[in-house]
Write a new protein. Structure first.
Length: 148
């Protein structure tokens, strides 16, 4: 008697067919492949963002070094020549912004002495430094001193 009740109970229920399961797995698979494609784009975006942040910090260091040094003296941190002359200087930095280790960023600073109280500095950042340059960023600033 108990077997007949169970058979009657299961007769009204239907499960998933093999075709439905295969179709669902196919749709999920296509979605996963699409998400994996987006993952590489996202990782490239994160790498580019990290490079931009590192470059901004390096350029800020160079500009701060220039701002904290009198025009007629070599810079303290990077030993760049005085701002009283026009020159072009090159610095190499590692991927983490240091100066010791394998170079990744090349900073090219072109300075133009414009007046006794002001100097224009153009900074070009190139990377990677040791191979064909594929990325370049430009910065420009004027450093001014008060005449007393």
């Amino acid at each position: 008697m108990n077997d007949k009740k169970q058979q009657a109970h299961f007769q009204g229920q239907a499960g998933f067919s093999l075709v439905e399961v295969a179709l669902a797995l196919g749709i999920i698979g296509i979605g996963m492949v699409g998400m994996l494609g987006l993952l590489s784009i996202t990782l490239n975006g994160v790498k580019d963002s990290n490079d931009d942040n590192q470059i901004a910090m390096i350029v800020n260091q160079v500009i701060t070094d220039r701002q904290s040094t009198p025009f007629d003296l070599s810079s303290d941190l990077f030993n760049l020549p005085p701002l009283t002359q026009t020159s072009t200087n090159s610095l190499l930095f590692t991927r983490d912004g240091g100066t010791n280790g394998p170079s990744f960023y090349r900073i090219v600073e072109a300075q133009a002495y414009t007046a006794p109280a002001a100097a224009q500095i153009d900074i070009r950042v190139e990377w990677p430094a040791q191979s064909a340059i594929t990325n370049v960023t430009f910065y420009s600033t004027v450093i001014a001193r008060k005449h007393i």
